[in-house]
Design a protein around this ligand. Structure first.
Ligand SMILES: [Zn+2]
Length: 173
């Protein structure tokens, strides 16, 4: 199912939308033809954990969805009432994790629901990760052992791992 198409109807009143140039705004916006609501289109915030131990990073193989069978970094969408850290704590890799600093923020043009803004946070495992519902397999990979790009689900993970490879190993607590 393609879910990244622009909205066609106003989410507030149900009337049709049209693209219009508004004064002082260089982008054509979706505007309701009835209630004049402006629908701003923005990337969705996603948080991902770069979980590291002994110089290796944890990858998860997706069990579900259009990109099942491909590798990604554990993570997910940030809900309205969540912080980035809170959303990550909810993500299941089969063990608790300790969060460290932000590795970087990377854009994904082809996210599951359209473009996303992906916040990658470094983390340490506080147990033994193992596959959960969403994941068919987890594995540890050294900087020179990462799967080829075509086996990843999302380009932003590849970009984040490129940056990760250039960093010194995480200080163990
Ligand atoms: Zn409306």
């Amino acid at each position: 199912m393609i879910t990244d198409k622009p909205l066609r109807y106003c989410p507030y009143c149900g009337s049709s939308l049209r693209r219009s140039l508004l004064p002082g705004d260089p982008r054509a916006r979706l505007v309701c033809t009835s209630c004049d609501a402006i629908i701003y289109e923005n990337p969705r915030p996603v948080v991902a954990a770069v979980i590291e131990e002994g110089g290796k990073v944890l990858l998860a193989r997706r069990a579900k969805g259009a990109r099942a069978g491909r590798w990604d970094l554990p993570g997910g969408f940030v809900e309205l009432d969540e912080t980035a850290e809170g959303a990550l704590a909810r993500e299941e890799v089969g063990c608790e994790i300790r969060l460290h600093e932000v590795l970087g923020v990377f854009r994904e043009a082809a996210g599951t629901y359209g473009p996303s803004l992906n916040i990658h946070i470094r983390a340490s495992p506080l147990g033994e990760p193992h596959p959960t519902d969403e994941v068919s397999e987890v594995g540890w990979f050294g900087p020179d052992e990462l799967p080829p790009a075509e086996e990843f689900a999302f380009e932003n993970d590849i970009a984040a791992l490129e940056r990760w490879k250039a960093l010194p190993p995480l200080e163990e607590p």
